[in-house]
Design a protein around this ligand. Structure first.
Ligand code: CDP
Length: 199
């Protein structure tokens, strides 16, 4: 069965939690595409050339230490604005999306660029303040700086020319500002279940 769930949205909106829960619930494979850009960003920070780093990316690179840090997020969003880096990562993501058995991909451009044919497209969002607070709970640090970084990354991801962050036309929006994790997951699961039933 080919069935893709595309989950896009800004930093710390809850995409990761929702994606993992949906994948577990339906037995689908899950790809956190942000990790691809974080791994490329880390290699570039260590001196690699961006496109070469993207082309040479290996599964083991996704397990590098420190990829979840704020700095790694900023490095990711800088390399993610480079069309050559994005192009180098497209085929792998497309194959993953259409693999047999169902797939959930979360990122910024899954429903718009990587898999416009996805059976379910969700856009998971929340206010910048709520998202910054979640990131701060997760990583600590200076709360005002975490908010500034969230805003900076939003602006870069939404403002770039290639594959900017925006909801796909037919995406269903889940605003998690005032939703518990359980409620947000339940909403996503219900949408996927309804689409599976209608096939
Ligand atoms: O976890 P969080 O939402 O903070 O970030 P992420 O999903 O790990 O993504 C890190 C950065 O990679 C984003 O800020 C984007 O610039 C970039 N990215 C992208 O351009 N396209 C994707 N499909 C996924 C991530």
């Amino acid at each position: 069965m080919i069935f893709t769930v595309a989950i896009d949205g800004p930093a710390a909106a809850g995409k990761g939690t929702i994606s993992r829960a949906v994948a577990a619930r339906f037995g689908f494979a899950h790809l956190d595409t942000g990790l691809l850009y974080r791994a490329v960003g880390a290699k570039v920070a260590a001196g690699a050339e961006p496109e070469a780093a993207a082309r040479a990316l290996l599964p083991v690179d996704l397990q590098a230490e420190g990829l979840r840090s704020l700095e790694a997020g900023q490095a990711a969003s800088r390399v993610a604005a480079l069309p050559a880096v994005r192009a180098a990562l497209v085929d792998f993501q497309r194959r993953f999306a259409r693999r047999d058995g169902g797939a959930v991909l979360d990122g910024r451009d899954i429903g718009t660029v990587i898999c416009p044919e996805a059976e379910v497209k969700l856009y998971v969002t929340a206010s910048a303040e709520v998202r910054a607070h979640r990131r701060w709970m997760e990583l600590g640090g200076d709360a005002a700086q975490v908010l500034a970084e969230v805003r900076e990354r939003d602006a870069r991801d939404m403002g770039r020319a290639d594959a900017p962050l925006r909801p796909a036309e037919e995406a269903m929006v889940i605003d998690t500002s005032d939703l518990s994790i359980d409620d947000a997951v339940a909403r996503a699961v219900a949408l996927v279940a309804a689409r599976l039933e209608s096939r």
